[in-house]
Design a protein around this ligand. Structure first.
Ligand code: SF4
Ligand code: SF4
Length: 450
């Protein structure tokens, strides 16, 4: 089915989508299905410009649509205006890992090692950052979220992970705030470790790229050993211990056509309750070309529908219709992210500890004399301004307020840095894929309502 969209309001993010004999009016997060004649009349009126007073004479459905368009604009502006007050502490304990995934963008720990450590973050720094996050949560009545991630494999330094978890959990308890925890692991762990994770973390995100042959090819150990069997054993141990398991899968051009099969494997063999699919980024593996966007979308949607039929949600992070969101920068998401060297970075893609290649992203540091974790408000403001600057091409796009743009392959903060350098074609792939997905999701929703 061919669909196309156009912006039909001079100021508001109001779009008309045509296709399949229907006219759909869409604003971020809300749609209305009209017959094409009604839609033509309304489009003409809206294009000509209507005063707020005259809008009162519209049908309540149109009034609600315009109200949502204004609300979305306000929510977008609020991303840059509300104080940066992290409720989530994300820690990259180290860059050490037992796997050698084909597409991994992690560089070996530098800052933590240079400072005389073993490449593992200093627990003193985690404590200070956790106290700061707990204080925010207490003031706001919010839940403290701990996310342990890599950068590396967070279970690699096992006893340190346990110490880190207990320390942060205690700080949240002392502040009397609710606590939520998530760990992203490659699953190459012993069953006893898997059971410990299940008993302590609310959600375990398991990285798995597909059935055994895909997993073994894309995510082997350093000495090229297969990993699928150990991973499946870890998943079984997590399930048996009552853990909540999600799967995060990286898709390469060579595995797109197997997405429906992969999703079935995650649900029926691993026991995934939720699946996140991401097209590969970085420069170590074959990348997607713009012409492959439609092909990716077809297989993604097929996999998503099959999972839905089995009661499981499949998502992709680049475009999330119900949310108003931009790129993944933490300054837009109330997240404080610590790299192994102890620096707070606003970018998930900067894992090596000093966050140096984009100055604005190094937003905080531990202050040893006071024992406090300091956040640089000036850098937060500068990073936000760049992350929220709408590129010309995005201003009339249906994804204006729900798109990660080309992040991380095209980084708005590093328009001419190495993150973006010469890789705009990746942005074009993500851009085209994200537009096509949005149009297909909206068409699907329109079928359901009209
Ligand atoms: S990056 Fe592409 S899909 Fe996203 S808002 Fe811009 S033009 Fe639209
Ligand atoms: S790559 Fe750029 S846009 Fe993406 S999270 Fe990092 S700083 Fe933000």
């Amino acid at each position: 089915m061919e669909t196309a969209f156009k912006k039909i309001h001079p100021h508001l993010p109001l779009f008309r989508i045509s296709g399949n004999g229907k006219a759909i009016f869409y604003v971020p997060g809300k749609l209305l299905v009209l017959n094409p004649k009604e839609a033509d009349i309304l489009e003409e009126v809206l294009r000509a410009g209507v005063s707020r007073e005259d809008e009162g004479q519209f049908h309540p459905n149109i009034i609600a649509l315009l109200a949502r368009a204004r609300e979305a604009g306000k929510q977008w502006a609020a991303l840059g205006e509300k104080p940066f007050s992290p409720e989530c502490l994300t820690v990259y304990p180290s860059n050490d890992c037992n796997l050698d995934c084909r597409y991994c963008y992690t560089r070996k720990s530098s800052a933590a090692a240079q400072e005389g450590g073993n490449g593992v973050i200093d627990l003193q720094i985690v404590r200070a950052a956790a106290r700061r996050v707990a204080g925010n949560c207490r003031k706001k009545g919010a839940t403290f979220a701990l996310v342990v991630h890599g950068g590396g494999e967070p279970t690699y330094h096992w006893s340190f992970l346990q110490q880190l978890y207990q320390t942060v959990r205690q700080i949240a308890a002392d502040a009397d705030v609710p606590f939520f925890s998530y760990i992203a692991t490659n699953g190459i762990i012993k069953p006893a470790q898997a059971r410990w994770l299940a008993a302590h973390f609310d959600v375990i995100g398991l990285s798995c790229d597909g059935p055994p042959d895909i997993q073994d090819r894309q995510r082997p150990t350093h000495n090229r050993r297969r990993t699928s069997e150990i991973l499946a054993q870890a998943a079984a141990a997590i399930r048996q211990a009552g853990g909540h398991l999600e799967v995060r899968a990286t898709v390469l051009p060579g595995t797109v056509h197997r997405l429906p099969e992969s999703v079935a494997y995650f649900i029926h063999e691993l026991g995934a309750a939720h699946i996140r699919i991401e097209p590969v980024y970085g420069d170590r593996a074959p990348v997607f070309m713009p012409v492959e966007a439609g092909w990716f979308v077809e297989h993604f949607l097929e996999a998503q529908q099959a999972a839905l039929n089995a009661g499981c949600e499949v998502t992709i992070s680049g475009v999330r219709l119900p949310e108003v969101h931009g790129p993944y920068c933490d300054v837009l998401r109330d997240t404080l992210r610590l790299t192994p060297g102890g620096t707070a970075t606003s970018c998930f893609y900067e894992v090596d500890g000093d966050a140096a290649h984009i100055a604005e992203n190094a937003i905080g540091r531990y202050d040893a004399p006071t024992g406090r974790f300091r956040i640089d408000a000036g850098k937060v403001a500068a990073a936000r301004a760049k992350a929220l600057a709408l590129p010309e091409a995005c201003r009339d796009c249906i994804n204006i307020y729900h798109c990660a743009r080309g992040c991380p392959d095209y980084c708005p903060l590093a328009a001419d840095s190495s993150v973006a350098g010469g890789r705009e074609h990746l942005n074009r792939f993500r851009c085209q894929m994200q537009v096509q997905l949005t149009l297909r999701w909206i068409a699907r929703l329109a079928e359901q309502v009209g």
